[in-house]
Design a protein around this ligand. Sequence first.
Ligand SMILES: NC(=O)c1ccc[n+]([C@@H]2O[C@H](COP(=O)([O-])OP(=O)(O)OC[C@H]3O[C@@H](n4cnc5c(N)ncnc54)[C@H](OP(=O)(O)O)[C@@H]3O)[C@@H](O)[C@H]2O)c1
Length: 260
Amino acid sequence: MLLEGKVAVVTGGGRGIGRAIAKRFSAEGAAVLIASRTEAELRNVAREIELARGRSAWLKADVSREADCVRIISAAEDRLGAVNILVNNAGDYGPVKPVEEISPEEWDRVISVHLRGAFLLTRLVLPGMYQRKSGAILNISSLSAKAAYPWGSPYTAAKAGMLGLTRVTAAEAARRGVRVNAICPGPVTETKMSLDLGNALAARLRISPEIQPQQFLEGILQGRGQTADEIAAAAAFLASDQASAITGQSLNVDGGAAFY
Ligand SMILES: NC(=O)c1ccc[n+]([C@@H]2O[C@H](COP(=O)([O-])OP(=O)(O)OC[C@H]3O[C@@H](n4cnc5c(N)ncnc54)[C@H](OP(=O)(O)O)[C@@H]3O)[C@@H](O)[C@H]2O)c1
């Protein structure tokens, strides 16, 4: 198993990509703490892990709040042990509007969930990882960080910021035993965020929500979206010792959509 004996924190682990990552990590031998704002979803995923004989814990928390991030890491340490792996996955798309229609409050909220949340949790886990001279941090960025799509400037700025955070943290941590990488998924069409976004884009483009993703997916080499499980498989690899020489990278898991 790739992650035997490891303790992982996966934010946004209540559904979608985070749920798939939590379940995959557990199947690979990790004990996993999942955190998000919806208790019922967290309970469900924890039960799924338990039924598969895995070890997990959950915590209701908002990653944009510093105090909640402190609670996430303390809960993981108290209930599961020292944190070996952090996956900054929590987030939503935010306003589907042009730049000039986005309020400063909307901008700040999206940046604070994706980028500030990743920063807050990273700064909390690093001292322990440095002490143990080992650890892996994964930031779930997006194809949006590498492409130009209209109507999501705070999301794209946050995701591009996460790539900068990934590289600088990797530079600081590389000789202290800690690896920091990012994954840039393409469209994972099964998730709530993706479905909500598809509906909002279809409304803006005045096309049906069924046609909207098809047009987008045709521009990808594989001609399809990715599954949450495909993102989770890449996450398990990058978090594992199999990726021991990989740090500071952003891995596109996008079926061939971006090429840098
Ligand atoms: N789906 C895609 O096509 C796609 C593509 C590229 C990147 N991504 C990225 O992948 C990640 C997961 O997205 P997804 O598609 O799996 O969406 P999703 O199914 O909507 O899941 C998002 C998760 O993040 C949690 N979350 C949102 N805001 C939070 C907050 N402030 N504090 C704590 N948890 C929060 C949500 O739970 P609560 O709402 O209950 O808090 C949920 O568990 C996101 O970072 C997204 O940007 C997705």
